[in-house]
Design a protein around this ligand. Structure first.
Ligand code: GN1
Ligand code: MG
Length: 361
């Protein structure tokens, strides 16, 4: 067992003795470990990526507010087994804060949710449950009394993401603009820029609200119970005010893809209509009550926006020399870019069908 990690866990008020610590999951930003104990609970230890989340105090403040609020709602609704339905972060022994830092690294510990499953892909049935769960998540946070900050300012702002790509292209820090494929992708992306910045325009026109959203609704950020129902939404680092497009679009980007996010075989990548329909139906059953007509009408757009935005982000990172996302091999961000672009093209073709389906609900 890694002694450094064990010492870090020692700063938190856990129950039991640590028997093992090993890596967990496949997030692209933070480092995550499972802490096994001889006590009743196991724990999740996470090193927060501080170069990305620069204000950890604000980040943990957001998470504390959100988890407290959801816990209260679940209690008020008479739910049982609440520790499996909302994340529970442990206080650091000296400060009582929900993280520990030595000024160089930032760490936190939460209770590991027992007997839960995560998936990289889902069936239409499970996508339906996920839709209900994210709609409910947004609904529960609609009356959050605390004000949340933006842990990454303008995180899902498409205008900003396009600007960042433009800056990456201009700086060409890793010399990757020499590649004609990269230049071609950049050109195709910018040809659609105006169309894809629709959300920011609607916001300026005052017809699209921001609500508290999860903003990282990758399918692997949900914990499922053995019977398929959703226990809990995890990875709360990016919970912040955003358009509902974020949660709708990012879930489909990951769950409705017939291939992997970084699939090297583009023939496998595409948008699965059955997943879209089932997720949309579930989502509207719990979010339908608060969505405005503009939000609702633009859900098909949202399904195209997130593969597009992710293409832009992966490509910008590739051009910058891979400074943001963890990569497993040198061309990884380019492979991801190609796969997300293929997914975007597939999503765009499906817009009329999505529109018809949503109108029918
Ligand atoms: C990151 O942390 P993780 O792997 O769940 C990223 C998301 C991207 C995603 C792409 C803070 O999510 O925005 O959509 O990778 N999170 C951050 O897989 O940038
Ligand atoms: Mg994650």
């Amino acid at each position: 067992m890694d002694e450094k990690l064990n010492r870090i866990v020692g700063h938190f008020a856990i129950t039991g003795r640590v028997t093992d610590i090993h890596p967990l999951g496949n997030g692209l930003i933070n480092d995550t470990f499972l802490v096994v104990t001889d006590g009743p609970d196991n724990y999740v230890l996470q090193r927060i990526n501080q170069s990305i989340f620069q204000d950890v105090d604000l980040l943990q403040h957001n998470i504390d507010c959100v988890t407290r609020h959801i816990r209260q709602k679940l209690e008020a609704a008479g739910e049982t087994d609440i520790d499996r339905k909302v994340l529970h972060f442990l206080p650091e022994r000296e400060t009582g804060k929900s993280y520990w830092t030595d000024g160089k690294e930032w760490w936190r510990v939460s209770v590991f949710i027992r007997d839960a499953l995560t998936f990289e892909t889902v069936t239409p049935e499970y996508a339906g449950y996920a839709g209900v769960a994210f709609g409910r998540f947004e609904a529960m946070l609609a009356d959050l009394p605390d004000k949340l900050g933006e842990t990454i300012p303008d995180f899902h702002n498409m205008e900003l993401r396009a600007r960042q790509l433009r800056e990456a292209v201009a700086a060409d820090a890793a010399g990757r603009m020499a590649d004609s494929e990269v230049r071609g992708l950049v050109e195709e992306i910018f040809a659609l820029e105006e169309e894809m910045c629709r959300g920011e325009r609607l916001f300026r026109e005052g017809v699209l609200p921001k609500r508290i959203c999860h903003c990282d609704t990758k399918v692997n950020n949900m914990m499922f119970d053995r019977d398929g129902s959703i226990l809990c939404v995890i990875d709360l680092d990016t919970v912040m005010p955003a358009f509902v497009f974020s949660d709708f679009g990012d879930f489909l980007r990951t769950a409705a893809n017939t291939g992997a996010e970084d699939d090297p075989d583009l023939d496998r990548v595409g948008f699965n209509m059955e997943i879209i329909k089932s997720f949309a139906k579930g989502y509207l059953s719990s979010a339908g009550v608060f969505l405005t007509p503009v939000e609702r009408e633009n859900l098909p757009f949202a399904a195209t926006l997130f593969p597009y935005m992710q293409t832009v982000r992966f490509l910008a990172d590739y051009i910058n020399g891979d400074t943001y996302y963890k990569i497993r091999y040198p061309e990884h961000n380019l492979v991801r870019t190609r796969a997300q672009w293929k997914l975007f093209c597939s999503a765009r073709e499906k817009v009329p069908e999505m529109e018809l389906y949503l109108q029918s609900l």
